[in-house]
Design a protein around this ligand. Sequence first.
Ligand SMILES: Cc1ncc(COP(=O)(O)O)c(C=O)c1O
Length: 398
Amino acid sequence: MISFSQRLQSLPGYPLAEIPSIKRRLIEAGVDVIDVGAGDNDTPPPAVAVESMSAALHNPALSKYGFQQGLPEFRQAAARWIERRFGHRFDPTTEILPLIGSKEGLSHLPLAVINPGDVAIVPEPGYQAYIGGALLSGAQPYVAPLRPENDFLLRLDRIPGDVLKRAKIAFLNYPNNPTAAVATSAYLEHVVATCRTHDILLAYDNAYCDLTFDDYRAPSIFDVAGARDVSLEFFSLSKSYSMTGWRLGFAAGRPELIGALTRVKSYVDTGPFLAVQKAGVAVLDHSEEIVAPIRAELERRRDAAVTALRSVGFAVESPKAAMYLWVPLPAGTPSAVFARHALEESGVVVLPGSGFGPAGEGFFRVALTVGAGRLRVAAERLGAALERLRRGPIATTA
Ligand SMILES: Cc1ncc(COP(=O)(O)O)c(C=O)c1O
């Protein structure tokens, strides 16, 4: 018998792991399923990415191992983009690192700083790669709840001093998945100051920095003075450019921190496919024109979905950024029960808040990944699902 590690067994289970099989069964039965579960936009990848990748496939040099160095052109394009977007300069050779998607870098990072017994601070609800990476590195996770009364901000000032002393890494993500919350400069200044005081590595996940609405512009952690001492910032090409499957992202930070992550990665992977990095150059150099229509479409979808959900009784906030609505459920309606019912009885895939950790209970997440018309239909069906649950006896298990 193979026995599995305590680390493996410590990974939290996903409460609705059966969603894909239920969805397949419903589709086979002819149900018109609307999937607003995963954060995977329905818009195609940018034409410049496709063209650049097609050309790259004809260049045999780009079929070789990329190693951590990768394509120098990609590092340079990433550094150019950060400078255009945020006004910060990074040395492409020593301060930028290509990643096989930002998830890969975020989840490997704890291996660079954690010793047995060290603490990793993770937000909950939150992107599950943080707790996964922390547990796999042998860290003791300290789960910090994101609550509506704190605007879904991770309150480092509420964490006991002895925990902060043992903490080696903290994950932070604004604009946030799943809550769509954003962070103010004053808040980020406080976070950086706390991390500097306690020598905590701040893993700042800025995957949604360009998916912002109205006049809101998301900051970089490096806007905060002194952030370079303690922070690595993670960027993704997945969400802004509809390239989730291409697996490309990058980290930025000072050479010692980038070097530590590079060293970990050199033992577990060989970098993103060079042809994908070549496409990444084209995309980053055309970033502004590519992301503008995606942002405008998401804003239309946000407005349509918020209006429709409110009209059927959900008290949802209209977010300033990201591609999600974090929708509160009436007290006493377990989110996994609601999500299961919405799928089985109404053909709508949403993610239950509890899927992002117990502190996500009481909410469900709608991804703005289908057009406004479909979102309106989804909202109507979700309203009907809630009404049925309210009237009928509520099952208490998912
Ligand atoms: C907050 C957050 N960070 C990172 C990622 C991962 O992005 P990538 O595709 O670059 O690995 C996601 C994907 O859903 C996310 O929601």
